[in-house]
Design a protein. Structure first.
Length: 109
């Protein structure tokens, strides 16, 4: 009977040792995964910081550009309005010349 108990103890000892090895492997794997996750988190954090700084730079540049674009848009609108007004006045003058052509030609004869 002691042979069977000894063999059972030996079998249980082997099982416990195998479980300890598996646990050690699992702990090492978890530590490796944790380290990888920490590196990944640090990389993402650095990228987010870079994006934030880039966004701040873009906003600063836009703040500098905005007054110039407003001025250009204002000048462009005024020029466009002036050209339209000149076109309308030119059209009216041309229509007057065509309509009163006989009278105008009579003045110069």
């Amino acid at each position: 009977m002691s042979g069977t108990v000894a063999s059972q103890v030996a079998a249980l000892t082997a099982i416990v040792q195998r479980m300890e090895r598996q646990l050690d492997n699992a702990v090492q794997s978890m530590a490796s995964d944790r380290d990888k996750a920490e590196l990944s988190r640090a990389a993402v954090s650095a990228d987010l910081t870079d994006i934030r700084h880039s966004q701040t730079d873009v906003e600063r540049r836009l703040d500098k550009i905005e007054p110039a674009t407003d001025l250009f848009t204002s000048i462009r609108s005024r020029v466009t309005g002036g050209v339209i007004l000149m076109g309308v006045l030119g059209g009216i003058a041309w229509a007057g010349l065509v309509f009163f052509k006989e009278v105008i030609v009579g003045w110069f004869q």
